[in-house]
Every structure is written in C-alpha cells, then in structure tokens.
Ligand binder design. Structure first.
Ligand code: GTP
Ligand code: SPV
Ligand code: MN
Length: 609
C-alpha cells in the first residue's frame, strides 16, 4: 500500500494504518474527510448494492432504511472482552481475556478479512475538536454504513485529522464486518446487503487503549466511538485521571422563575434516556433542552463544579415507542436526513414502527423485508430498531459545542422496575447516592442478548460498559467527594412501576416534568421531603399533580416502600455485591446494612426521630 498522498503526516497514525492494511489486505485504502460529497457518494454506492433503501423524498427527505442481517440486531455482551493485563482489573462483570492470547486470536481472525473490500480510515473527535474534555480516535472499517454513521455520531473527518498532530494521544479502533469478498486461494464471492459474521469479537485493551471489533455491523458493536471508546476505554482513562465516563443523558432545565439547572441521568439501555433528554414539559413555564441522550463525560472543574459534555454529535436512538404523543421532539428531529435501521417500510416509501401511531398501517414490509399486516405474528419493526440522526436536527439541542461542559446540579439513577422502587427519592448524601447507583436493577430490554423482562442488576446502568472492575468503579465514584466542592444531589427515579393489573401507575413521558419540578425545587431548597428507608420522597402535596389523571391510590402506591419485598431486594443485592469480594467498598456495605436496619426498625429507621 502506498501512503503517498495521505492527508496526514502523523507517523503513529500512518504506521498503524499501514500495519492494519497489511493484516486485513483490503483492495484499497480511503481516507475519509467527513464532507457532504463523501456522504453522498457512499450513500449512493450503498443504494446500488442494496445496503440502503432510499425513502420517499417527499415524506422523508435525505433518508434511508437499512435492514441488518437477522442475527446482527443488538450488542453482543457475551462476545465483549476486556483484555486487561490482570484478570482482577476486569472484575466479575466483564469477560476477561489474557491480552497476548487475545491479540494472537484476533490476528488470526483479522488476517485477510478485508480482501476484496475498501478500508476506510475514519478520524474522529469525541467532544468538540480540541476541547479540554474531548478525545481523538481513528477507526478503520470495511463498512460504508459505519462510515456514514460515524459522520453523524461523531465529529468525523478533516478537522479531527488536522487535530491529530504528532504526539497527540489518540485511540486506534479496528473494525471489520468479517466478510471478505475474496478467499485465501483467490476465489471471489458476491457481497450481501448486510455483511457480517457469526463469529464476533468486541475487544478492548484498556492499558494500550485499543479497540478491535469483528463480525458485526450494528450500533455499539461497530460505531466504535460510542460504547467501545466513549464508555469502556474512556471509563479506564477516567479512573486513571480523576473524571467520569458515564451511560447518561444530560439536559438543561429552566424553571418558570428562569432558574437554570443541569441534570444527568443514568438509565439502562432502552429505559428512557432519549425520552427524558427530549422531554416536552406539560407543566406551564418549564423548559427542557437537550445536551445528550446516551453518554456523559464529566470532570471536576476549577470552579468546584462537576462539568459534563456529551461526547457524541448525533443520536442512535430506539425507534419503537417513539411517537407524537410520547416524544414529539424526536418526531420533529426525524423529519429528514435520517438513517433508519430495522424499522418497517410503508407502501408509500416511509417508515413505521410500533408506538409511532396508535393504529398500525394495513400493510407494511417488516424489518426483514417480508410482507406484514396487523395480523402478522411478530412486530413490524425489530424492538431494537434505531434511528441515526445528527444532534443538530434536534429542535431542543443546546450547548453541544460548549467545550468546557455544563455544571451538573443533580444526578438521577433509574431503571425499569415494576415493583419496589418509588417514583422519586433523594439520597441524603453522596455516599447514599453512590449506593443508589450501585443498587440499580432493571428489566432486560432488547438491546442485548438475554430474556426480555428479566430483572438483572445493572449498577450505574454501566455493567455492559465499565472497562474495569466495578468494585474499583464504585470506589472511584465515592472518591469524587474529595475532588468536587459542589457535588450534585443524587436522586433515584422509576417511571415503570405497575399496578397488580399490570398497567403503568405513572403516565410518564412529558408528565415526568412533574418529578423534574420537585427535584429542581429540592435543589433550590423549596420543596419538602419525607424520610423513607430508600431515600427522601415528596411529602403529600409536594409533587405537583394538578390536572393529572392519577388516582390517589395509584399515587400512594408509586411511593409505597413494602418492607417484605424490599428486604428480599436487600438480600439479592447482598448476594450480588458479594461477587466483588474484598474490593467492594465498606461504605456501600454500610449503606446496605443501614437500609436493612431502617426497613425493620420500629421508627422506620429514622435516626433523627
Ligand atoms: P439506549 O439508547 O439503548 O441507551 O436507551 P435509552 O435509555 O435512550 O432509551 P429510550 O429513551 O429510547 O427508551 C425507549 C423505551 O422506553 C421506549 O419503549 C419508551 O416507550 C420507553 N419509555 C421512555 N420513557 C418512558 C416513560 O416515562 N414511561 C414509560 N412507561 N415508558 C417510557
Ligand atoms: C445501548 O444499547 O445502550 C445503546 C445502543 O445505546 S448501542 O449503541 O447499540 O449500544
Ligand atoms: Mn445506551
């Protein structure tokens, strides 16, 4: 491969591109500049090969539908590896591999894997290019779908490459769909619309800060700036350097009194981050603006605050459940220039998914290209169908290009819980707040393998994304108390509690602003709370439910702390935390004991009573 005419003289980048090309043997190497012309060329090429279906330009201008292979629809946690030198550094929640052994295995798998294809070199920045919290990366990939998606999801192209001056740190990320078009003895085979491989590796080398991804073209498996870099590798950088890389949305709230608050919230995958980030308040006078919907990088700032940026530049959001009644902001954002993956196609060349409208169309083509009617057995869109769209198109986007980030006033932890967890509760202090994060459980969604609906522990919504031992991660969170003078207040929330009859007790979506209103009034010292064993909840009347159709019985149930079922939860947590052994912080163990004590003590455990 000739490197003459390459748009960079960075020797480490050039050497790595040369070595990767020598290993993977592409026909051609193309350096991406992130331009509109490049985007147009690649989308036209993908339309020609059948990877993209252009949507009706009158209904959905500039937009495309991609259908993945039916076995490549979500993250693959069972094939996600953390190859730290010591197994203990990966911890009990990660799949650990010995780095040298994994490297050898990957060398075998990647050898010749791009034969007959083009290798694209994709320079990108997570966060505004050159910003103090931002980081640079270079992904090589043999998937044009990944190239155009990276252009939407990150600051991709010439500007990022220009910032990669000699000696500037950057994260190398190698990606291949694992479907070479020419075999070892030179025989060619035809391409398919969604090439991938049954064998998959999503591999991370935290010490050398490298990513190797093989066999999948989908989402977090393939857009390596997202989960692999901005969470798994960045969480290790954050541990080492005293900051946080989190699975969190970031939003700006303005109260009717024009007071501004910034909130960050960690919910597991498909548990409402995009919805909350784009919330359209039903209470008059409140305004919510969007900073991020999936990832937050937060650093202790010189002014004593914890400052957050959204390192992404686009949204890769869950389509099903997004509709004019649940998320009108997202619906407006999706009017044009969107790549939809695994949604259904309407007869007039538009898209549809479950939850977009109350009534499904009479006929659709489903996510696998089959005819579909409302009588068909499965859903028309895959439950993890997604849209890829530039954040600039979000009508409520703000401060995305603010390199120093926004000061975080409150952190929310939540999950999908049909029982136990109250609508909202505030932690008494940072330690109890960290305990709330560590204690998150949530019902499994379609975003990774596993049984949908099954309750699983997911501390900080980070179990699939922490690049190191979560016991060390908990300790790191506790240690922030020493670094941040104005610590955010911590709350737990749950929009998903259900009655005995299975219906949601809380209307959710835009009405969640009522919870935000109480939280902001707490931050301002203007709302009263009642101590419970699981945190401080609104005193009766403090949550604004005016005009809301929720019965007093349902409202009471939303805050019920049932002793027996909470004691069972404490036992389950104790067993789960035991997996972390000696490294599990004693302070969190103390919070678990305190919770058990408060649940059983005659005074309700209120030590002040
Ligand atoms: P990832 O992108 O996978 O990390 O997830 P996310 O947390 O951004 O998920 P998203 O906001 O897209 O969640 C989508 C699902 O949550 C859809 O099924 C929504 O209908 C549902 N959802 C979001 N907010 C609410 C709510 O307030 N109440 C109820 N009942 N469902 C909600
Ligand atoms: C998630 O699963 O949390 C996502 C989607 O945000 S993906 O980027 O595919 O991981
Ligand atoms: Mn996510």
């Amino acid at each position: 491969m000739s490197l003459s005419g390459t748009p960079t003289s960075n020797t480490s980048v050039l050497r790595w591109v040369r070595e990767t090309a020598a290993l993977t043997e592409p026909d051609e190497v193309v350096w991406c500049d992130g331009s509109q012309a490049e985007h147009d060329r690649l989308t036209a090429q993908m339309v020609a090969t059948g990877t993209l279906i252009p949507l009706n330009p009158e209904r959905r201008p500039g937009s495309f539908l991609a259908r993945s292979a039916p076995g490549d629809v979500a993250r693959v946690e069972s094939r996600t590896f953390i190859a730290s030198r010591r197994q203990a550094d990966a911890g009990p929640t990660n799949n650990w591999r010995e780095p040298e052994a994994l490297r050898e295995e990957l060398n075998g798998v990647f050898a010749g894997c791009m034969r007959g294809r083009t290798m694209y070199v994709v320079p990108f920045s997570m966060g505004p290019v050159g910003g103090p919290i931002s980081q640079l990366g270079v992904q090589v990939t043999d998937s044009p779908y990944v190239v155009v998606s990276m252009r939407t999801m990150t600051r991709m192209g010439a500007q990022a490459l220009a910032a990669l001056t000699e000696g500037t740190p950057w994260v190398p990320a190698v990606h291949s769909v694992g479907f070479p078009l020419v075999d070892t003895i030179g025989r060619a085979r035809a391409d398919v619309p969604w090439p991938c491989n049954d064998l998959k590796y999503i591999a991370h080398f935290p010490e050398s800060r490298e990513i190797w991804s093989y066999g999948s073209g989908y989402g977090g498996n393939a857009l390596l700036g997202k989960k692999c870099f901005a969470l798994r590798i960045a969480s290790v950088m954050a541990r080492d350097e005293g900051w946080l890389a989190e699975h969190m949305l970031v939003l700006k709230v303005t109260s009717p009194q024009q007071r501004v608050f910034h909130l960050a919230a960690a919910f597991p995958s498909a548990c409402g981050k995009t919805n909350l980030a784009m919330l359209r308040p039903t209470l008059p006078g409140w305004r919510v603006e969007t900073i991020g919907d999936d990832i937050a990088w937060m650093r202790p700032a010189p002014d004593g605050t914890l400052r957050a940026i959204n390192p992404e530049a686009g949204f890769f959001g869950v389509a099903p459940g997004t509709g004019w009644s649940t998320n009108p902001t997202a619906m407006e954002m999706l009017r044009e220039n969107v790549i939809f993956t695994n949604v259904a196609l309407t007869d007039d060349g538009d898209v549809w998914w479950e939850g977009m409208t109350d009534e499904p169309p009479a006929h659709l083509v489903d996510w696998q290209g089959r005819d579909w009617t409302p009588d068909s057995p499965g859903p028309a869109a895959h439950p993890n169908a997604r849209f890829t769209v530039s954040a600039a198109q979000c009508p409520t986007i703000t401060d995305l290009d603010e390199p120093a980030g926004v000061p975080i006033d409150a952190i929310l932890f939540g999950g999908r819980r049909r029982t136990n967890v109250p609508l909202v509760a505030q932690a008494g202090d940072w330690g109890q707040g960290v305990f709330m994060g560590a204690a998150i459980s949530s019902e499994q969604t379609a975003t990774a393998e596993g049984t949908v609906g099954q309750l699983r522990h997911d501390p900080f919504a980070m179990t699939p994304f922490a690049g190191y031992d979560m016991a060390d991660y908990f300790a790191h969170w506790l240690s922030l108390r020493e670094e941040v003078q104005h610590l955010p207040q911590v709350f737990s929330v749950n929009w998903f509690r259900r009655g005995d009859d299975g219906r949601f007790l809380w209307p959710g979506f835009g009405e969640n602003c009522r919870v935000i209103d109480w939280i902001c009034r707490r931050l301002a010292g203007q709302a009263e709370a009642l101590r419970t064993p699981v945190g401080d909840v609104p005193v009766p009347g403090a949550l604004d439910v005016e005009g809301l159709d929720v019965s007093p019985a349902d409202l009471a149930e939303l805050f019920t702390v049932d002793t027996a079922s909470w004691l069972a939860e404490v036992d389950a947590l104790e067993e789960y935390f035991a997996r972390f052994g000696e490294k599990f912080p004693a302070e969190l163990r103390g919070h678990l004991d305190l919770l058990r004590y408060r649940l059983t003590a005659p005074t309700g455990g209120d030590l002040d009573a």
